[in-house]
Design a protein around this ligand. Structure first.
Ligand SMILES: NC(=O)c1ccc[n+]([C@@H]2O[C@H](COP(=O)([O-])OP(=O)(O)OC[C@H]3O[C@@H](n4cnc5c(N)ncnc54)[C@H](O)[C@@H]3O)[C@@H](O)[C@H]2O)c1
Ligand SMILES: O=C(O)C[C@H](O)C(=O)O
Length: 330
């Protein structure tokens, strides 16, 4: 028997593909712990409410002991009322041949009203994760439209890239994923992202001493950065279960903390660390404790890394300029 009071977790796009993998894991305690009851707040557009009702029926049929209640709505002012966590997933996914930036106009309009609604009715401590693409700039839009919340409460998901980076390195070295630590995804959740192995270790030894530099520079980085497109090509639709799993990882680590001596990658507002323009929502290496994240400081940045980190920052600056022109951010 659990005695903790329930927390409220909003998920948007709850009847979509990612939602279908995500909700059951949140309700079973994978995200916030096996002793933490949750009330799910599910937001969908009006035409999807019938399908959402089917998902709710299935959630109830699981008889999850931790699932205290479910709220559904097509109104963000209802769905976000008093929520402690908000996973903003609902958006149009890209199709084969598109870059995530192509979705800026289509999806940007979703995140302004959602930011405003979070500002108006969510818990003052709400932790927000944006999954819907282009995730970093959508997070910026939501954040900029929620002036009464701390900007640090808005984050974007680069954890799927982080997990992909671990898995690709594990495969190459023939070592288990659990032997790999301290990979960083710098920058945008896009093909300009920089999966950085310069600090990574495999079995406690430097990763770059265990692989060929040529493979790292010419194959590994682009395989990780273009994995989303490869999945769309293979599956005919964008990644869903792995995206949901990464969202669980991101929120769990933020809420409950990262393991001692290890870091993860989160898209967070830049404070100017590592020369990244302030305010951009940019992937950084972070540790989390007590429900807060901190950027890992003092890492050495080579010229190779500098070039890649600047290129992805440049893309994010251009995305910010574009959504400024659309009146979505200041
Ligand atoms: N950051 C990442 O690593 C990552 C990974 C995978 C997918 N994604 C992105 O996540 C998003 C969702 O992907 P999916 O495969 O679940 O898509 P999907 O089309 O299956 O589901 C999206 C759902 O969002 C709903 N929706 C649309 N507008 C909404 C709004 N204003 N409010 C609430 N709900 C709304 C739709 O009705 C739909 O049910 C896409 O933008 C996709 O590109 C991001
Ligand atoms: O690539 C996409 O458009 C979907 C998602 O962002 C992914 O990385 O799988």
């Amino acid at each position: 028997m659990t005695t903790k009071p329930p927390v409220r977790v909003a998920v948007t796009g709850a009847a979509g593909q990612i939602g279908y993998s995500l909700l059951f894991r949140i309700a079973s305690g994978d995200m916030l712990g096996k002793d933490q009851p949750v009330i799910l707040h599910l937001l969908e557009i009006t035409p999807a409410l019938k399908a959402l009702n089917g998902v709710v029926m299935e959630l109830r049929d699981c008889a999850f002991p931790l699932l205290a209640d479910i709220v559904t709505s097509d109104d963000p002012m209802v769905a976000f009322k008093d929520v402690d966590y908000a996973l903003l997933v609902g958006a149009m996914p890209r199709k084969a041949g598109m870059e995530r930036g192509d979705l800026l106009g289509a999806n940007g309009g979703i995140f302004k009203p959602q930011g405003e609604a979070l500002n108006a009715v969510a818990s003052r401590d709400v932790k927000v994760l944006v999954v819907g693409n282009p995730a970093n700039t959508n997070a910026l839009i939501a954040q900029q439209n929620a002036p009464d919340l701390d900007p640090k409460q808005f984050t974007a998901m680069v954890r799927l890239d982080h997990n992909r980076a671990i898995s690709q390195l594990a495969e190459k070295t023939g070592k288990p994923v659990s032997s790999i630590q301290n990979i960083t995804i710098w920058g945008n959740h896009s093909s300009t992202q920089y999966p950085d192995l310069s600090q990574a270790t495999v079995d406690g030894q430097p990763a770059l001493e265990q692989i060929d530099r040529e493979w790292y520079e010419s194959s590994y980085i682009s395989t990780v950065a273009k994995r989303g497109a490869a999945i769309i090509e293979a599956r005919g639709s964008s990644s869903a279960a792995s995206a949901a799993s990464a969202a669980i990882d991101h929120m769990r680590d933020w809420a409950l903390g990262t393991p001692q001596g290890q870091w993860v990658s989160m898209g967070i507002p830049s404070d100017g660390s590592y020369g990244v323009p302030e305010g951009l929502i940019y992937g950084f290496p972070v540790t989390c404790s007590g429900g807060q994240y901190q950027i890992v400081q003092g890492l050495e940045v080579s010229d190779f890394s500098r070039g890649k980190m600047d290129a992805t920052a440049q893309e994010l600056s251009e995305e910010r300029d574009e959504v400024r022109k659309l009146g979505l951010v200041k």
